[in-house]
Design a protein around this ligand. Structure first.
Ligand SMILES: CC(C)(COP(=O)(O)OP(=O)(O)OC[C@H]1O[C@@H](n2cnc3c(N)ncnc32)[C@H](O)[C@@H]1OP(=O)(O)O)[C@@H](O)C(=O)NCCC(=O)NCCS
Length: 132
């Protein structure tokens, strides 16, 4: 699923700045850093939904559509698409607000992914998620 009309899907979960230390050998931002931001953002939503501790169990899909540059404002949006007994599937999108462009509202999507989380108890065992 992709966003249409330049509108991100879901709520803004995380906003940060791409820094020089996060670059790859090409000088663009390293994909592993972007994955880390996705995991943080999805984890925030999963914690909120399940009101407690969670772990990442898997990544169903991830697509890098465009490179990210140093100085870009990186925004991660997300929405929960499925709540199981103990698990949550979360669709995530990374959007860039290019600060070097004249029009800073000219945002575009660079990555989309689906991350899966499991709510756990204090012993690390899966615990039921209450559907609200
Ligand atoms: C995630 C973890 C708690 C699941 O424990 P488990 O005993 O295998 O749990 P279960 O087999 O009962 O599955 C629990 C839920 O996870 C789901 N699940 C298991 N493997 C999955 C996978 N690969 N992808 C998506 N969901 C998965 C199950 O479908 C189930 O969902 P449901 O309760 O909504 O039906 C355990 O595997 C674990 O601790 N993994 C390490 C997590 C981790 O360290 N992550 C990285 C840092 S956060």
């Amino acid at each position: 699923m992709t966003s249409e009309n330049n509108i991100p899907r879901g709520q803004l979960l995380l906003r940060t700045l791409a820094m020089p230390a996060d670059t790859n050998a090409n000088g663009d931002i390293f994909g592993g850093w972007i994955m880390s931001q996705l995991d943080l953002a999805g984890g925030i939503l999963a914690k909120e939904i399940s009101s407690g501790r969670i772990v990442t169990v898997s990544v169903s899909s991830i697509t890098f559509k465009k490179p990210v540059s140093v100085g870009d404002v990186v925004c991660v949006y997300g929405e929960c698409t499925k709540i199981g007994r103990t698990s949550m599937n979360i669709n995530l999108e990374v959007w860039i607000k290019p600060v070097r462009e004249d029009n800073i509202e000219d945002r575009f999507m660079v990555c989309d992914a689906t991350f899966n989380y499991v709510a756990i108890d204090a012993e690390g065992r899966p615990r039921p998620v209450q559907k609200k």
